[in-house]
Structures are given as C-alpha cells and as structure tokens.
Design a protein around this ligand. Structure first.
Ligand code: B12
Length: 214
C-alpha cells in the first residue's frame, strides 16, 4: 500500500518528498521504514515507466530524489552499528547495468555493520571483478542488478570465479529489484534478496558461523 512519501516520489514531487523524509527523520521514525517507503515510490515510478506514462527523464528525476533521500538517511543508517563480525565484501553492478541506488544502500549498511566494503561501481566487466577478488580476497561478493540483461554478466563472473578456484572460498550474493530465486540458480549464487537488510543479516550470520568454525 503506497504511503504519502512513496506517492510523493512516484509523482516526482521533489521538494515535498525530501521535506517528508526530513520530517519523518525528525519524528524519530524507523529509518528502515522510511527507506522502504522510498523504494516503494521507485517501484511505482518503474511501473509508470513500463506503462509508458513516464519517460527516461522522469526516471532520472526519480533517481535524483531517491539519491537525496538516501543521503539524508545515510547518517542514521551508518549509526545503526551493531557489534558485528567483520568481513570483506566486494560489491558491483555488472556489465550492461548502470543502476546503483540499491547497491549504494547495501554498501552503506554493510559498512555500518563493520564490514570492509570494496565497491567496484557499475557496468563492471566479469574479468575486472575477478581481478578485484584476487586483490581484496573477500569473504563475500555481492552483485546488484536492475536489468535482466545483466544476468548473463553476473553468471559469467560467477563462472570465472569458479574457474579461478574462488567459488568455495567466498559467499556470492545477488540482489536488486529484478532478481529472483530462479536468477540465483541461473547465476549459481548462494543467496538472493530484494531487501538490503536481509542481505546484511545473511552476511553477519555466515560470518559468525565461519568465525565459530575457525
Ligand atoms: C532509478 C531508475 C533508473 C535510473 C538509475 C539511476 C541510478 N543511479 O541507479 C536511470 C534513469 C539511470 C535508469 C536507466 C535505465 N533504466 Co531504470 N529504473 C529505475 C527505477 C525507477 C528504480 C530503480 C531503483 O533504484 N530502485 C530503488 C532501489 C533502492 O531498489 P533496488 O535496487 O531493488 O535495491 C534494494 C534491494 O533490491 C537491495 N539490493 C540491491 N542490490 C543489492 C545487492 C546485494 C548484494 C544485496 C544483498 C541487496 C541488494 O537493496 C536495496 C534496498 O533494499 C526502476 C524501476 C523499478 N521497479 O525498480 C527502473 C528499471 C530498473 N529501469 C529499467 C530500464 C529498462 C532502464 C533503461 C534500460 C532505460 C532506457 N531505455 O535507457 C536504463 C538502463 C541503462 C543501463 N544500461 O543500465 C527497467 C528494467 C527492466 C528489466 N526488467 O530489465 C526498470 C525495472 C523500469 C521498468 N519497469 O521498465 N533507471
């Protein structure tokens, strides 16, 4: 059910949406609930784009509103720090996809939970990802995807990781609006989610388990 904040984002009411975020922060609303409302707004924008009611310029404006909202929420997200097992994470949006709003949120949340995050950015070539893994030696690799066309580059990267002997030494997560359990199977990942906090919880649980086994 869209609330007023998600509706304001969907209707591209920039100032109104940011004022609502600020007011909700001021009232002490749960930061994750505010974030969820912003994401719902983006989903509505996507639906309008798909129906042909919105064009690329509207997507761009929505992205700008979301970025500003996320910037206002970031200090609160970063403060929600728990005593946590520390691990290294490499994050990327793979070749063919330039969406990064969700990835950036996951990065913020992981950092808030004391993970060392290496964010490779967007449109990342599978070979570049593998080179970064060789260098960073992460416990986790996370792919973020908003385009179905990125599934092949995620799978290519996962295959390269397996060929290089990395696959059983790290945990592979995928996330982003278009991912599903079927995509997880196709890519050969260990975990899939469309919820950044579920991804962070999963990393913490896996890392705790690893440290118990050491
Ligand atoms: C904003 C947006 C854009 C912006 C992106 C700005 C940016 N810096 O990211 C701009 C305008 C640039 C854009 C461009 C395009 N877009 Co666009 N875009 C969107 C929109 C409206 C919102 C996406 C978004 O940011 N959502 C908010 C974030 C926070 O949600 P999220 O990514 O799902 O992330 C959450 C979780 O999934 C999770 N998560 C995300 N990643 C990860 C990773 C890990 C490891 C974990 C654990 C968790 C996790 O954490 C987040 C918080 O919980 C969607 C609509 C929609 N329904 O999603 C379309 C959408 C994704 N775009 C679409 C399209 C088609 C395009 C274009 C091809 C349009 C065009 N004709 O040029 C181009 C793509 C160019 C390219 N090569 O990538 C389609 C994709 C269709 C498909 N099935 O492939 C969508 C679905 C719109 C639609 N309904 O048609 N877009």
């Amino acid at each position: 059910m869209p609330d007023t904040l998600s509706t304001a984002i969907a209707e591209l009411k920039h100032e109104e949406a940011i004022a609502m975020v600020t007011a909700r922060i001021g009232r002490g609303d749960d930061v994750f609930a505010i974030l969820a409302a912003c994401r719902d707004g983006m989903t509505l924008v996507g639906e309008r784009f798909q129906r042909g009611d919105y064009y690329l310029s509207e997507l761009l404006l929505a992205a700008e509103i979301f970025k500003q909202a996320a910037a206002a929420l970031e200090p609160l997200l970063a403060r929600a720090r728990f005593p946590a097992p520390v691990g290294r994470v490499v994050l990327a949006t793979m070749r063919g996809d330039i969406h990064d709003l969700g990835k950036n949120i996951v990065a913020t949340l992981l950092r808030a939970h004391a993970f060392d995050v290496h964010d490779l950015g967007v449109n990342v070539e599978p070979a570049t990802l593998v080179a970064a893994v060789e260098e960073v030696q992460p416990d986790f690799v996370g792919f973020s995807a908003l385009l179905t066309t990125a599934f092949d580059s995620m799978k290519a990267a996962a295959d390269l990781l397996r060929e290089a002997g990395w696959r059983n030494r790290l945990t592979l997560l995928i996330g982003g609006g278009v991912t599903t359990p079927q995509v997880k199977e196709y890519v050969g990942a260990d975990f899939q989610t469309v919820d950044a906090t579920a991804g962070v919880d999963y990393c913490m649980a896996v890392q705790k388990e690893r440290q118990r086994g050491r």
